[in-house]
Design a protein around this ligand. Sequence first.
Ligand code: 13P
Length: 246
Amino acid sequence: MRRKVIAGNWKMNMLPNEAIDFVNNLAPLVKNSENEVIICVPFTDLFYTLLTVQETNIHVGAQNMHWEEKGAYTGEVSAEMLKSINVEYVIIGHSERRQYFNETDETVNLKVKSALKHGLKPIICVGETLEQKEQGKTLEVITSQISRALQDLTLDDISNIIVAYEPIWAIGTGKTASSDDANESIKAIRNQIEKEFGTNDVTILYGGSVNAENAKELFTMSDIDGGLVGGASLNAEKFSKIVNFE
Ligand code: 13P
């Protein structure tokens, strides 16, 4: 059975002292969980968070990176830089980055390849807009996004990635996809990966208004391996209830 993964995405929230308090509060609440617990924090919190999670079962991720190794890219951070301070995961292609920072399937693919090359595990986001959903294009959009994000990867790489299906209309809106719809979309992503790489053994999360009330229904569906949680990951107690959803 695939292990459940619960990842928090803090987005542009939390100062270092808040990050440290969060980890100190969360650690005892999730210490018995068999699920993989990840928090993806702003760059300025990474170092403090990594120091504070030592001897806990909490893992740390970044929220973005550049695909180039180094050079004249003012304001950017490379995969090697993240790896050098022991960051394990990195979110790539979040819809907010696609929408506000012009990320495309092509740059997502470049970032995924660079992350894997440097031993980071990418959490790759895909998801349809409300308009695409209303036009009945959800499965077409997300299978194309995943196919392009994973271009040139090997079968080995697939065991080191996490995919997050995040319908854009469900992010921060309080509207979640129904568990059946989310499961169907995630199954379509899994089938696409199986078609291209010959394995369906890949961790795929649901994201979009996950909270302590709806986590269990979503995370116990056949194809949903856990969640990528935004707003509800900013409070340690609330987030722990999502981690301990059983
Ligand atoms: P919310 O949980 O706040 O809807 O955000 C989801 C998300 O974008 C996680 O990456």
